[in-house]
Write a protein that binds this ligand. Structure first.
Ligand code: FDA
Length: 398
């Protein structure tokens, strides 16, 4: 079978690229080994797909080349995707921090993409297993650039788009095929790691904090120079919640996280000293329970100290309480890895690709879009916006 554009991966970026290429009159085929298109879209956002964010900006993406994402994000913005979903009267709402979620279910976003595919006559083949990729001589058989072998026959295409995503959630069909193809064609692939992923604790830390499982509190978490003010969720295995997922993208094994459990308060020391002089008769517990859950206070401060009256607190005790709650230092022993990570950090090096076309500099006609590229967004719709934008950008040239 000969097509103009063969796209491997019927996820967010692959479908967007297919629609745009087909609008230009290109004959487009999308193939995927999964039984359904857009499986990650379907499971995203807790079933409501956080499809973009009002506040997309390049600084909210991690990459070895922080400038790379700018071109695509500027040419296909969140407003462009919103305009697309508006055409289909998709109902959505801003949950928090500019994050746009479907009012209904994630499949509504997949339905829109598949409808656009049908409108522009994109062909979609599922359950296809590809086995080899060869770049043919210009004058080779079928006058095509690429020959692809699959379980159902051979495919030939002028342009080959790799939209196979990252390694997160292998049970949903994630594979490292995109990285293998990049390496096969001599492109540099940067080391990958799980990102937007919960932390795991070990030993005493695990035992101590597992007791707080299911407690969620607003925190400010910092690692090196990066901070996030969002919720932390204690789990049986460690630490999760948006604050932890966000900082996981900046964290490396062996590093310590610094967590302020009272981010809205300038100084707990000042608060305790002020109350000590004005209301020395009240218990420490009574004051702190205004701000934090009882169980958490018992774990962090201990019942003995909590039962003390403010007037009885020594200066060094006030300092240690403040240290425990406003500057908690914790060293995770790792993350939950690709099993639960939302995204994969690293991937096909941006140095290998044109930021305008997403095409390889070394191999003409070979394109990489979406998560397989070394561009990783924050939590909150940023990764889909990168998938839409990079797919759209490549779609103008394939
Ligand atoms: P994507 O993973 O979407 O698609 C890749 C496609 O390639 C898949 O269809 C796969 O089957 C196919 N494929 C892989 N290997 C293949 C092979 N060997 N042969 C053939 N086909 C192959 N982001 C966000 O912005 N908002 C959100 O709400 C969420 N929520 C979320 C929840 C969960 C649980 C996860 C795991 C991830 C998210 N994300 C997210 C991240 C988001 O889903 C992700 O960044 C995009 O789907 C990436 O789009 P891609 O098109 O690059 O890959």
């Amino acid at each position: 079978m000969k097509v103009d554009v063969l796209i491997i991966g019927a996820g967010a970026s692959g479908l967007m690229c297919a629609i745009e290429a087909a609008k230009r009159g290109r004959k487009v085929l999308v193939i995927d080994h999964a039984s359904k298109a857009g499986k990650k879209i379907l499971m995203s956002g807790g079933g409501r797909c956080n499809f973009t964010n009002y506040y997309v900006e390049p600084a909210r993406f991690l990459s070895h080349n922080p400038h790379f994402c700018k071109s695509a994000l500027k040419r296909y913005t969140q407003s462009d995707f919103i305009a697309l979903v508006d055409q289909y009267h998709l109902q959505y709402h801003e949950k928090t921090l500019g994050q746009l979620f479907c009012d209904g279910k994630s499949h509504e976003v997949v339905d829109i993409l598949l409808n656009e595919c049908r409108k522009y006559e994109v062909e979609l083949k599922l359950n296809i297993r590809v086995s080899s990729f060869v770049k043919l001589d210009q004058k080779g058989a079928e006058a095509a650039e690429f020959a692809i072998k699959a379980n159902d026959g051979d495919y030939y295409a002028e342009s080959l788009v790799i939209a196979t995503g990252g390694l997160s959630i292998p049970t949903m069909g994630a594979t490292g095929l995109g990285y293998e193809i990049a390496r096969q064609f001599g492109l540099k692939v940067l080391p990958t790691s799980a990102a937007l992923v919960p932390f795991v604790l070990s030993g005493q830390d695990k035992l101590k904090y597992a007791e707080l499982s299911a407690i969620s509190v607003l925190v400010e978490v910092s690692c090196k120079t990066q901070s996030f003010r969002e919720n932390l969720l204690f789990t049986h295995r460690g630490l999760s919640g948006p604050a932890m997922l966000q900082i996981s993208s900046y964290w490396q094994l062996g590093e310590v996280l610094s967590i302020n459990l009272l981010p809205g308060m300038d100084s707990l020391i000042t608060l305790l000293q002020t109350h000590k002089s004005k209301q020395g008769g009240i218990l420490l517990k009574t004051l702190l329970e205004i701000y934090l859950p009882k169980r958490l206070l018992a774990t962090f401060i201990g019942e003995t100290l909590l039962q003390k009256k403010l007037a009885e607190l020594l200066t060094k005790e006030i300092e240690s309480i403040s240290q425990a709650l406003q500057s908690w230092q914790i060293k995770p022993c790792g993350t939950e890895g690709y099993r639960t990570a939302e995204v994969t950090k690293g991937g096909v090096s941006c140095d290998e690709l044109s930021s305008k076309r997403l095409e390889s500099y070394k191999v003409q006609g070979l394109y990489f879009v979406g998560e397989v590229v070394d561009v990783t967004g924050w939590l909150g719709g940023y990764n889909f916006q990168w998938a839409w934008a990079s797919g759209w950008a490549a779609g103008q040239f394939v």
